[in-house]
Ligand binder design. Sequence first.
Ligand SMILES: Nc1ncnc2c1ncn2[C@@H]1O[C@H](COP(=O)(O)OP(=O)(O)OP(=O)(O)O)[C@@H](O)[C@H]1O
Ligand SMILES: [Mg+2]
Length: 340
Amino acid sequence: MSENSMIEVRHICKEFVSAKKYPGLKGAFKGLISREKTHKLAVDDISFTIKEGEIVGYIGSNGAGKSTTIKMMTGILTPTKGTCLVNGIDPCRNRKKNAQNIGVVFGQRTQLWWDLPLSESFTILKEIYNVSDKDYEERMEFLNRVLGLEEFFAQPVRNLSLGQRMRADLGAALLHNPPVLYLDEPTIGLDLVVKDNIRAAIKEINEKYHTTVILTTHDIEDIEELCSRILIIDQGKLIYDGSLTDLKERYGTRRKVVMEVQDTEQAKRLPLNEYLGVAKDAYETQADQDSSTITISFDKNHLQVSDVIEQMMRHTQVKDIKIFETELAEIVKAIYKHSA
Ligand SMILES: Nc1ncnc2c1ncn2[C@@H]1O[C@H](COP(=O)(O)OP(=O)(O)OP(=O)(O)O)[C@@H](O)[C@H]1O
Ligand SMILES: [Mg+2]
């Protein structure tokens, strides 16, 4: 492994082979005796390296192959082809050693003991991971402060609310202070306050312990708040690996200037293209009489925001100006659609 890299994934593939299914009751019987198989290449030749201390967002539409990749990195699934090293260890060949290195939260289901009080789940995990009394005390103090576990520590897991359960799961994944943390949709279904708490906790854990975090999510705010780098997967293939800033720079070139004006009709009729010396289709104009605003949208590679504002101010009375960049959610949506 190269210096500083915590995770190295090389040409990893996962193919699922299952019995072919036929529709209806007759089909179910046919399925039982048929030898026909369906092959699904869920992860298709993916390579990436993640450095120690990075928080990387792993995103893609439903069924893209995110959870399958995470499962291979945790050692739950064996890759069909390719290799994976986590902190120098092959997670499949050395599951026990790997377990000490990783913490995992699958937002969709708990890893805790359903019928036991949360406190007992933590005691069991302490034994499983061989955490010393001193470390346990220190760790619990920290986890309790960032996740507020005390409030429901004595309750059975099955009685916890979703938000409490997610905080408990995150705490449990971190009890042994693993250098790598996998979070598969850790904010799914949570209210805004709990989402904020979870994000703040992830940030603090990453800063304090330099924990490497891989996060899959459908919540773009998770990405904006936590990740400096993202990987985008589509139909099993890695289609983007880079910084969030580069992604916005590359795909988020639309700009929207919203101006509050004295007279929307007059502003809309202005021959802005002549003032700017560009074709009429270089921008779009929309007037909203109710809010006395006019919105001009364009690509920043073809027109400059400052020129548009200057010309508008020269030819009409502008009271207020707001400038909008393309939102990350729109960029991501466009990428998913484009590759579909
Ligand atoms: N055990 C399995 N057997 C057969 N096919 C599977 C299995 N697990 C996953 N798949 C298929 O592999 C593909 C990728 O699934 P995966 O769970 O990795 O997607 P995902 O990106 O996590 O999606 P989501 O956002 O919905 O969680 C899907 O088409 C899924 O149906
Ligand atoms: Mg998934």
